[in-house]
Design a protein around this ligand. Structure first.
Ligand SMILES: Cc1cc2nc3c(=O)[nH]c(=O)nc-3n(C[C@H](O)[C@H](O)[C@H](O)COP(=O)(O)OP(=O)(O)OC[C@H]3O[C@@H](n4cnc5c(N)ncnc54)[C@H](O)[C@@H]3O)c2cc1C
Length: 249
């Protein structure tokens, strides 16, 4: 309507940080109070905007880590030479205000009411963040879809949400593959996710599984291609790319 300010998901607004939870040495979860939040779906993201005193602005996208209905949270992994992630993980404090907008994205989402089939969740590094929202949503709604998380991480110490993932009941299988170092006696998988590992751990295509693959672009492309090679229809492989810089694993 002319003359009426329409607030929507693409309107920047000021959120207040209510809590910062360290997850690993490099990653922290930031919880927000957002005055005008329309609600989100599991798997969506939001945009954060920082403005310097001289007016210079930087914008980045972050997946929403919390389930629909929970306070909105993101989990940010610090890139040493990054512009935005060091500020979010090191300088931001509870009580600070920050500009954000969202939720964004209508494709990389999971809805237990309409999305059928066992879930295959594949994460590279901080790509686990939107999958955590899906995992929590599945548990909170009592959804019965089988779910398996394949999580590629540099080391066990870099695994985000490890306690929560391992506590998770409701039939969630969690499989790690560690790409750079592993503890003595580690009997789990090592190295990057490849077609052979996926052939071993992915639900057979005959079960009509639904895959969510998230992480650095190279990880996402390799996993999606392998799943299609295993007979997953491309429409059953949903992908979210964090780019070359986000969530290295
Ligand atoms: C939809 C979406 C969701 C995301 N969700 C998350 C999330 O949940 N958690 C999270 O931690 N991150 C997430 N990201 C990544 C995030 O948006 C930022 O990219 C990340 O935090 C790095 O930002 P930065 O400003 O710290 O680093 P930048 O300053 O952008 O870059 C860091 C380093 O990468 C180098 N670099 C920049 N561009 C390139 C390039 N094209 N190729 C190679 N090197 C390059 C820079 O030179 C620098 O050395 C998401 C990205 C998208 C698109």
């Amino acid at each position: 309507m002319e003359g009426t300010a329409v607030r929507g998901r693409l309107t920047w607004q000021t959120a207040t940080v209510t809590e910062i939870v360290p997850e690993t040495a490099r990653a922290s979860t930031i919880v927000f109070e957002i005055p005008d939040w329309p609600g989100h779906r599991a798997g969506q993201h939001l945009d954060v905007r920082l403005t310097a005193e001289d007016g210079y602005r930087a914008e980045r996208s972050y997946s929403i880590a919390s389930a629909p209905g929970e306070p909105v949270a993101i989990t940010v992994e610090r890139l040493e030479d990054g512009e935005v992630s060091p500020y979010l993980t090191e300088d931001l404090r509870a009580g600070d205000e920050i500009e954000l907008r969202g939720p964004v994205g209508g494709y990389f989402v999971w809805d237990p009411g309409t999305d059928r089939g066992p879930l295959l969740l594949a994460a590279g590094g901080s790509g686990v963040v939107p999958l955590r929202s899906i995992i929590r949503h599945r548990e909170r709604t009592g959804a019965t879809a089988k779910a398996r998380l394949l999580y590629s991480s540099r080391s066990l110490a870099d695994v985000i949400y490890r306690d929560e993932l391992e506590r998770s009941d409701a039939g969630l299988d969690v499989l790690y593959t560690l790409t750079r170092s592993h503890p003595p006696g580690w009997d789990g998988h090592t190295g990057r996710v490849d077609a052979a590992l996926l052939a071993e751990v992915a639900w057979p295509s005959g079960q009509d599984p639904l895959a969510f693959v998230c992480g650095p672009t190279s990880f996402v492309e390799a996993v999606a291609e392998s799943l299609v090679g295993l007979g997953y229809p491309a429409v059953r492989v949903k992908t979210e790319r964090f780019g070359a810089t986000g969530g290295r694993s």
